[in-house]
Design a binder for this molecule. Structure first.
Ligand SMILES: [Zn+2]
Length: 107
Protein backbone atom coordinates (compact mmCIF):
# COMPACT_ATOMS: atom_id res chain seq x y z
CA UNK A 1 0.00 0.00 0.00
CA UNK A 2 1.43 3.35 -1.04
CA UNK A 3 0.57 6.43 0.94
CA UNK A 4 0.39 9.87 -0.65
CA UNK A 5 0.84 12.65 1.90
CA UNK A 6 -0.73 15.67 0.26
CA UNK A 7 -1.76 19.16 1.18
CA UNK A 8 -2.54 20.33 -2.33
CA UNK A 9 -3.96 19.24 -5.66
CA UNK A 10 -2.10 20.57 -8.69
CA UNK A 11 -3.92 21.53 -11.87
CA UNK A 12 -2.08 21.25 -15.19
CA UNK A 13 -3.29 22.26 -18.64
CA UNK A 14 -2.16 19.20 -20.61
CA UNK A 15 -3.28 20.46 -23.98
CA UNK A 16 -6.16 22.18 -25.67
CA UNK A 17 -9.18 21.43 -23.52
CA UNK A 18 -7.52 18.80 -21.32
CA UNK A 19 -7.00 19.52 -17.65
CA UNK A 20 -5.13 17.17 -15.33
CA UNK A 21 -5.65 17.26 -11.57
CA UNK A 22 -2.79 15.51 -9.81
CA UNK A 23 -2.07 14.70 -6.20
CA UNK A 24 1.21 13.27 -4.94
CA UNK A 25 4.81 13.30 -6.10
CA UNK A 26 6.81 12.04 -9.05
CA UNK A 27 7.28 8.76 -7.14
CA UNK A 28 3.60 8.12 -6.32
CA UNK A 29 0.68 10.10 -7.65
CA UNK A 30 -2.90 9.87 -8.84
CA UNK A 31 -4.29 11.95 -11.69
CA UNK A 32 -7.74 12.80 -12.95
CA UNK A 33 -8.49 14.22 -16.40
CA UNK A 34 -11.30 16.25 -17.87
CA UNK A 35 -12.23 19.00 -20.29
CA UNK A 36 -12.65 21.40 -17.38
CA UNK A 37 -11.34 21.86 -13.84
CA UNK A 38 -14.52 20.44 -12.23
CA UNK A 39 -14.41 17.40 -14.57
CA UNK A 40 -10.72 16.77 -13.78
CA UNK A 41 -11.34 17.09 -10.02
CA UNK A 42 -14.35 14.72 -10.20
CA UNK A 43 -12.26 12.20 -12.16
CA UNK A 44 -9.46 12.49 -9.60
CA UNK A 45 -11.92 11.96 -6.73
CA UNK A 46 -13.33 8.90 -8.51
CA UNK A 47 -9.83 7.46 -9.05
CA UNK A 48 -8.92 8.07 -5.38
CA UNK A 49 -12.11 6.25 -4.33
CA UNK A 50 -11.31 3.28 -6.57
CA UNK A 51 -7.58 3.02 -5.85
CA UNK A 52 -6.95 -0.09 -3.78
CA UNK A 53 -3.17 0.13 -3.58
CA UNK A 54 -2.83 3.88 -2.89
CA UNK A 55 -4.31 6.02 -0.14
CA UNK A 56 -4.28 9.81 0.03
CA UNK A 57 -3.73 11.25 3.45
CA UNK A 58 -3.92 14.91 4.43
CA UNK A 59 -1.47 15.65 7.26
CA UNK A 60 -2.94 17.40 10.30
CA UNK A 61 -1.70 20.84 11.29
CA UNK A 62 -0.06 21.62 14.62
CA UNK A 63 -2.02 23.77 17.04
CA UNK A 64 -0.02 26.24 19.15
CA UNK A 65 -0.57 26.24 22.91
CA UNK A 66 0.96 28.12 25.83
CA UNK A 67 2.36 26.45 28.95
CA UNK A 68 4.35 28.29 31.62
CA UNK A 69 4.60 31.36 29.42
CA UNK A 70 6.19 29.48 26.49
CA UNK A 71 4.48 28.68 23.19
CA UNK A 72 4.65 25.05 22.07
CA UNK A 73 3.73 23.13 18.92
CA UNK A 74 3.36 19.35 19.15
CA UNK A 75 4.19 17.41 15.99
CA UNK A 76 0.92 15.72 14.90
CA UNK A 77 2.95 12.83 13.41
CA UNK A 78 4.98 11.76 16.45
CA UNK A 79 3.83 14.02 19.31
CA UNK A 80 7.26 15.57 19.82
CA UNK A 81 6.87 19.02 21.44
CA UNK A 82 8.57 21.99 19.81
CA UNK A 83 9.20 25.22 21.67
CA UNK A 84 8.50 28.32 19.59
CA UNK A 85 11.39 30.78 20.11
CA UNK A 86 10.36 34.01 21.82
CA UNK A 87 11.86 36.06 19.01
CA UNK A 88 9.84 34.23 16.34
CA UNK A 89 7.29 36.51 14.70
CA UNK A 90 4.93 33.72 13.69
CA UNK A 91 5.63 30.09 12.90
CA UNK A 92 3.64 28.88 9.89
CA UNK A 93 5.45 25.55 9.37
CA UNK A 94 8.40 23.55 10.67
CA UNK A 95 10.33 20.34 10.11
CA UNK A 96 9.99 18.01 13.09
CA UNK A 97 13.42 17.42 14.60
CA UNK A 98 12.22 14.06 15.94
CA UNK A 99 10.58 12.40 12.90
CA UNK A 100 11.67 14.72 10.07
CA UNK A 101 8.16 15.31 8.72
CA UNK A 102 7.13 18.75 7.47
CA UNK A 103 4.33 20.18 9.63
CA UNK A 104 1.99 23.09 8.88
CA UNK A 105 0.80 25.22 11.78
CA UNK A 106 -2.80 26.33 12.34
CA UNK A 107 -3.20 30.05 11.72
ZN1 LIG B 1 7.42 14.49 14.47
Amino acid sequence: MDLIRARTVTLVLEGEGVVRAVVGTAAVSLSGFGSSVPDALRDLAHRIDRAEDVKVWVPRRAKPYVRSGKTFLDCPECGHPHVVPDEAYKTIAFICEQCGEPVDVEP
